[in-house]
Design a binder for this molecule. Structure first.
Ligand SMILES: NC(=O)c1ccc[n+]([C@@H]2O[C@H](COP(=O)([O-])OP(=O)(O)OC[C@H]3O[C@@H](n4cnc5c(N)ncnc54)[C@H](OP(=O)(O)O)[C@@H]3O)[C@@H](O)[C@H]2O)c1
Length: 272
């Protein structure tokens, strides 16, 4: 069976990350096309990955079996409207835009649109992404497998059962790289105040973060609380730091941050 022809509408950071992973995993470059209004990003993509490029969204969608919508959510309606005259019955559409519900795409393009929503995160740019995927019940296993393969180009994938769970994916994985950056930023800043230079402090903090994440991954059956307790001797230095976080209600703050993140995703879904 011939591989699907995949077009990307929007050739920004996330499209580039997925294209890079696809080509790196051996997907034929002449079966990938990117469409973008300005040439700069297209030229870089064709130089780096030898994929096809165009400034004509309509032409790219007509050519493709799989259409990846990779523009900012606020542009989605304007991007979809000129495509509404195309017959989508033989095409799978995969969107990476945050917030816009399936029903909205069906209003824009076709009520029987084969659509899969995905929510990737920034580490997909270096192959360490986590993407949540959701498909309505009428989407075939074959289409789900295509979306899985596509998003695995940027890292790991998780399928969610309900569309509303995608907002939880945003709070847990889409936005959370920034939470960890903030935590490391605060640690490095504290070390600088105590006299260490920024570069050395960052090297220590980043390796500790990587090591902690790897320990979680390597011990899937060990509760996170046990991993924490295992490195927290009674009366020791770690215990002192952890007690400070607990007294400062870190857990309540994380609860509140996640709830507010989801609220914002709900608001955005109504706006775009
Ligand atoms: N970056 C992330 O971590 C992340 C994570 C999860 C989801 N997402 C979603 O991924 C989508 C893309 O994000 P991004 O970070 O890749 O944004 P981006 O770098 O700004 O890319 C968007 C691209 O769309 C192009 N574009 C604008 N108008 C267009 C049109 N009419 N037709 C075709 N292309 C058009 C832009 O071109 P010009 O620059 O030439 O205007 C730009 O290259 C967004 O919906 C975002 O919600 C991103």
């Amino acid at each position: 069976m011939n591989p699907s022809k995949i077009c990307f509408i929007g050739a920004g950071n996330m499209a580039r990350a997925i294209i890079s992973g696809l080509v790196g995993s051996g997907y034929p470059a002449d079966h990938i096309q990117a469409s973008n209004p300005s040439r700069g990003k297209l030229d870089a993509l064709s130089d780096d990955f030898a994929i096809l490029t165009t400034c004509d969204n309509h032409q790219a969608v007509q050519w493709a079996d799989v259409v990846v919508l990779a523009v900012k959510p606020q542009l989605m309606e304007a991007v979809c409207q000129p495509l509404a005259d195309i017959d989508f019955s033989d095409k799978l559409v995969i969107t990476i835009a945050a917030g816009i519900p399936v029903a909205r795409y069906r209003d824009y393009l076709s009520q029987s649109l084969r659509l899969i929503r995905t929510m990737p995160n920034t580490p997909a740019q270096i192959g360490f992404g986590m993407t949540g995927l959701y498909a309505p019940a009428d989407i075939s296993q074959q289409d789900r497998d295509i979306a899985t393969r596509l998003m695995q180009a940027g890292g790991e994938v998780v399928w969610v059962k309900q569309e509303s769970d995608l907002n939880l994916v945003i709070a847990l994985a889409g936005s959370s790289p920034a939470y960890f950056f903030l935590f490391m930023e605060a640690m490095v800043s504290a070390a600088e105040k105590l006299g260490m230079d920024e570069r050395q402090a960052r090297a220590l903090a980043q390796q500790a973060a990587l090591g902690a994440a790897q320990m979680v991954i390597h011990n899937p059956d060990t509760p996170l609380s046990t991993l924490r307790q295992n490195v927290t001797s009674k009366g020791g230095t770690t215990a002192e730091a952890i007690a400070t976080f607990e007294q400062g209600n870190l857990r309540d703050l994380v609860d509140e941050a996640m709830v507010n993140c989801i609220k914002r995703a709900d608001e955005m879904a109504k706006t775009f």
